[in-house]
Design a protein around this ligand. Structure first.
Ligand code: MN
Length: 417
């Protein structure tokens, strides 16, 4: 991966006489001596700019000097700590992965910043000050930004997040390849779910059929908690308790994905638990499928995801009016209440900034129409991952089967028990 070009593009966007200080983060404490797995927690912008996902690392970009300088600070290996907690990244490995040749141990960070702040004309310091919700505990980078603000009240603190997010919204070849790998593993997992699915199984067993295959195939882990919702549970958008029995005659909605080397897939398929769709299920399914196909057909550079959602709503509303479930198109919000697309990358709901809201080639977005009809106990979503190209869009998950005929045929042919 070309991390150096990525860092250069960020340096180009930074104001003159500015520095950027980006922390990989620290492990999140859970309870007693338990900490969350760090690879999933590392600051994703730090990962995007360095390829590293270890705690206690800091990237410093210094645009106060000519030419601009890039420095990386890492933890020094301590044999006793390594005995308990595993190996740290060495300077050589960090250089090899990130392409940064100026690497110091983290205890040098303070004196290096002291020197920069004393000797150079620093007007602006960039930190990743993204906050998802005010109620959340502050991110480590936000804590550090506040410390800096107190230490240097005369220096403007600005947000690095939008500068990086704007770049992350277009994927390069390496990123597209990793996403395809994650999708291929997801396909294998879904095939295993279909082969084993039968009435009376628990939702978590379908989940296990998926997760075993992707992990066996080399996935780092799931992209997000697997959703396996049967019957009414399929109508709950973020249902992930997965503990109910899957009854004969119902559908199971599986929203899931594999993560590999930090890159995610995000796929949804809805299968009949007993291998056959009922006529009514098929009618609703085909409306969702038509919307799914329409999105990949019309998506192209220059459009916004909001515009795509309008296209989606039109198709879904047309279908439900034909079924007599609604009388006019505005009523569609009763049965479809989310958006059809989000960006996908090293975050499953990948970062977006308003300045880049029109799709550009290289964007990977989801295509996920759904219908949630409580009165019929039908929840159906069909989600694919779509790459925006120069003149349109390509469905990266095209060969994960999705028609009712193909699903029924696959389940009949591969049934394991
Ligand atoms: Mn999605």
């Amino acid at each position: 991966m070309d991390f150096e070009s990525r860092r250069q593009r960020i340096l180009d966007k930074m104001e003159d006489n500015s520095i950027a200080i980006l922390y990989s983060g620290i492990e999140h404490h859970v309870s007693a001596d338990e900490y969350d797995l760090f690879t999933a927690q590392a600051n994703r912008n730090f990962f995007y700019l360095t390829g590293l996902r270890r705690d206690n690392m800091v990237l410093v970009l210094d645009k106060c000097v000519e030419p601009a300088k890039t420095m990386l600070f890492i933890e020094e290996a301590d044999p006793t700590m390594e005995r308990w907690y595993g190996r740290k990244v060495t300077m050589e490995e960090a250089e090899e992965i990130s392409g940064i040749d100026e690497i110091e141990y983290i205890y040098e960070l303070e004196s290096t910043l002291d020197r920069i702040m004393t000797r150079e004309d620093v007007y602006t310091a960039y930190f990743d000050t993204y906050r998802h919700q005010k109620v959340d505990l502050p991110d480590y980078n936000v804590v550090k930004a506040n410390e800096f603000r107190t230490d240097y009240p005369g220096v403007a603190v600005k947000n690095l997040f939008p500068l990086v997010a704007e770049e992350r919204m277009q994927k390069d070849e390496d990123e597209i390849e990793l996403t395809k790998k994650a999708i291929a593993l997801t396909k294998d997992g879904l095939c295993n779910v279909m082969a084993n699915l039968k009435p009376g199984m628990k939702e978590y067993q379908a989940q296990a059929d998926f997760e075993y295959i992707i992990r066996r195939g080399g996935a780092e882990w799931t992209a997000f908690p697997t959703i396996a919702g049967s019957g009414m549970n399929g109508t709950m958008l973020h249902y992930d308790t997965n503990r109910e029995t899957m009854e004969d005659g119902t559908l199971v909605l599986l929203d899931l994905g594999a993560r590999i080397d930090g890159y995610n897939s995000d796929i949804t398929r809805t299968y009949p638990v007993n291998g056959r769709f009922t006529e009514r299920q098929k009618q609703v399914y085909d409306i969702v499928l038509a919307a799914n196909r329409k999105i990949v057909e019309v998506a192209k550079p220059g459009m916004t995801t909001k515009e795509l959602n309008e296209v989606c709503k039109d198709v879904l509303a047309d279908g439900l009016m034909k079924l007599g479930l609604i009388k006019n198109s505005v009523e569609i919000s009763k049965y479809y209440m989310h958006g059809v697309s989000h960006h996908l990358g090293i975050d499953v709901h990948d970062v977006t900034v308003d300045s880049n809201s029109r799709l550009r080639p290289g964007a990977i977005i989801s295509d996920e129409p759904g219908l949630y009809i409580d009165e019929w106990e039908i929840g159906i979503r069909i989600e694919d991952d779509v790459l925006i190209t120069e003149d349109g869009a390509v469905c990266l998950s095209e060969d994960i089967i999705r028609t009712t005929e193909d699903i029924e045929a696959y389940m009949a042919e591969h049934k394991k028990n």
